[in-house]
Design a protein around this ligand. Sequence first.
Ligand SMILES: NC(=O)c1ccc[n+]([C@@H]2O[C@H](COP(=O)([O-])OP(=O)(O)OC[C@H]3O[C@@H](n4cnc5c(N)ncnc54)[C@H](O)[C@@H]3O)[C@@H](O)[C@H]2O)c1
Length: 352
Amino acid sequence: MIEKLNVVPFVSVDHMMKLVLAIGVERFLVELADEIETDFRRWESFDKTPRVASHSKEGVIELMPTSDGEVYGFKYVNGHPKNTREGRQTVTAFGVLADVGTGYPVLLTEMTILTALRTAATSALAAKHLAPRGARTMAMIGNGAQAEFQALAFKALLGVDRLRLYDIDRTASVKCVRNLAGMGLDMTICGSIEEAMEGVQIVTTVTADKQNATILTDNMVGTGLHINAVGGDCPGKTELHPDILRRSDIFVEYPPQTRIEGEIQQLPPDHPVTELWQVIAGRAPGRSDARQITLFDSVGFAIEDFSALRYVKRQIERTGLYEELDLLADPDDPRDLFGMLLRAQAAAPTAA
Ligand SMILES: NC(=O)c1ccc[n+]([C@@H]2O[C@H](COP(=O)([O-])OP(=O)(O)OC[C@H]3O[C@@H](n4cnc5c(N)ncnc54)[C@H](O)[C@@H]3O)[C@@H](O)[C@H]2O)c1
């Protein structure tokens, strides 16, 4: 346990990687999905708001806050599809947990890797309730930073062990195959989306493009398919033709946010959708028919990050994989902040 009042545990990218590898990627995904499932069951105990987005021509920067009354969490995340051309990530993130009682932060952590893990864990959790029973084959359209995490979450949670990969940049698919080699997946790189869709029960779309793209058209989507649509997550940034949406039963995280950001921004604002938490809590049906087309219109919601932050906090307390960050001023007399500054000057006079 961290006792010093001025110190906040900080998880760097290096420590996050060590933590994920120490736990094992698949076990981490399974435990994280459990954590998210538990929080979705108590959905009503959280403060909820659509994330606060600052859009620009190049991308978006977003803040994602929530609280359960005891713990507060937020994530800073960006989405800049052009970044990979300059050697940068499309999505980077960091996040904070804080104690509601004192307002003091209790964790600061990288969340670029953690976002990929929590997005994949949420996708697979949704698919557990929505995908056809016994699904083993998934098409993955878009093979960038999120792709391997998605693949391993579907393997760990659903037993999906055949992947059909497509990316407009074949080197991304080759990278995916290289990274996932020896992990129990049978992988095929396909030359077109149509080819990738052959014989699959699930399709994950996880492309990055700052526009209303049409990754899937209606003719590609057969009855009984589960669609895990991850890449359409901003106003004006979608992946599915609207005809697909009209044929699907649509499941979302938080409707007020998804209606702005998700695939359903293409539909009238009163188009019926089911909230995923209600399915998880047993209050609404998930898949009820083998011929049904189910769509998880994923955009990413603050409660998933809250769950991920709390999971990481427990794991670093267990493993010690963090640094102590001198983040909070802590004068002996709480009202003597200025005196603390003066004493620091006396201790180490500044160069003239
Ligand atoms: N829903 C969520 O919770 C959530 C979370 C994280 C990221 N995302 C979104 O997921 C998407 C992927 O993120 P990433 O970090 O993997 O990005 P990335 O840039 O690393 O990878 C995207 C891949 O998509 C490919 N691509 C682009 N257009 C394509 C097309 N028309 N057909 C096939 N492939 C295409 C690119 O070549 C690239 O390999 C982004 O749009 C991001 O905003 C969503």
